[in-house]
Write a protein that binds this ligand. Structure first.
Ligand SMILES: [Zn+2]
Length: 329
């Protein structure tokens, strides 16, 4: 079963994957972040910008800092793909000065609440309406290769076949595309000109993107095996290729099939992959089974949670550095 909540995910990975200390730190950090957010919400008179998930909230916070409070709906550490809102969450969305969401079914459980908020007059901004979307690549379809992989099943795409990849936040270059429209929407909603803040944030994202480009230039080949099908934008931007996902779906609500796991194991062997990067969506036990069968190392990555990062820039830099260090071995 892969529809893991934050705590069960943290527990299962802590028990079975290297880096338990990192997981513990993340839990503590996210708790303190939530506490800070609650405090901010109740002690200032600033309007609320409500953002669906933590990584996007960090980006928005850098944009509206001092002008609005940023409140996150999906607690950091909870899977955005499977989150269901409470009545309080729905009220918060309806009362927001502005709602910022990802879209493309990332927050599928919030879709109705977002549509209702929009209908009742709350401005809802979807990031994926303002960026160049990448096709959702069927990472486990190696039909174009000159070799076959047992277990390959190119039909296992969990209803996202021929659709677009929602994981836009995993490329800072993609997020930069949304900034002008986001700044405009926030400026209008908050009655403040945020052009200067948007320029500063854009320069920061440009610098982070340049840094990651330089980091990944050292790799002649960058083949990634991931938890679910989540690193498409990152791979495309930095010259990598996602060659297999333990859960070959853009959402995490599916289960790993025996065939898919067999396929991943074969891809790792055939492509001589030394490291796998599980995160959300695949259980620690399955990742460990894949690692045991192939001798590949497990480097757990944080793709969907802000965790201990203090900003979007530190989040994406940390993810890139972790992947690069994993590839170096
Ligand atoms: Zn995802």
């Amino acid at each position: 079963m892969v529809a893991l909540g934050s705590l069960s995910l943290a527990c299962s990975t802590d028990e079975s994957i290297d880096g338990a200390a990192v997981g513990d730190t993340d839990v503590v950090a996210s708790q303190s972040t939530a506490a800070l957010a609650d405090t901010a919400e109740t002690t200032t008179d600033l309007p609320d910008v409500v953002v669906t998930y933590s990584v996007l909230a960090a980006l928005v916070r850098d944009l509206v800092d001092g002008v609005a409070d940023v409140v996150t709906v999906i607690p950091d550490g909870q899977d955005p793909h499977t989150f269901e809102p409470s009545a309080k969450d729905i009220a918060m969305l309806n009362d927001a000065a502005l709602v910022v969401a990802n879209g493309l079914d990332l927050e599928a459980g919030l879709d109705n609440a977002l549509a209702n908020a929009d209908e009742s007059g709350t401005k809802v901004f979807f990031v994926t309406d303002h960026v160049t979307l990448a096709d959702l690549v069927d990472v486990n379809d190696h039909a174009g290769h000159d070799h076959d992989h047992p277990g390959a099943d190119s039909t296992v795409t969990e209803g996202h076949d021929h659709s677009k990849d929602p994981h836009v936040w995993l490329s800072p270059a993609t997020m930069r595309e949304a900034l002008p429209a986001l700044a405009q929407a926030a400026s209008e909603a908050l009655g403040t000109d945020l052009t200067a803040a948007a320029s500063r944030l854009d320069a920061q994202l440009q610098a982070v993107d340049a840094e990651l480009t330089e980091t990944f230039a050292e790799f002649d080949e960058c083949e990634l095996v991931t938890g679910h099908n989540e690193l498409g934008y990152f791979a495309q931007r930095y010259g990598c290729e996602v060659i297999a996902a333990i859960l070959p779906s853009a959402a995490t609500s599916a289960e790993e099939s025996a065939g898919a796991v067999e396929f991943v194991i074969d891809v790792i062997r055939t492509h001589d992959v030394a490291v796998i990067f599980p995160s959300l969506g695949s259980s620690g036990a399955v990742a460990e089974r894949v690692a045991d069968s192939t001798g590949a190392r497990i480097v757990e990555v944080n793709t969907h949670f802000l965790g201990s990062a203090t900003s979007y820039a530190t989040f994406i830099t940390s993810l890139g550095d972790t992947i690069a260090a994993g590839l170096r071995g």
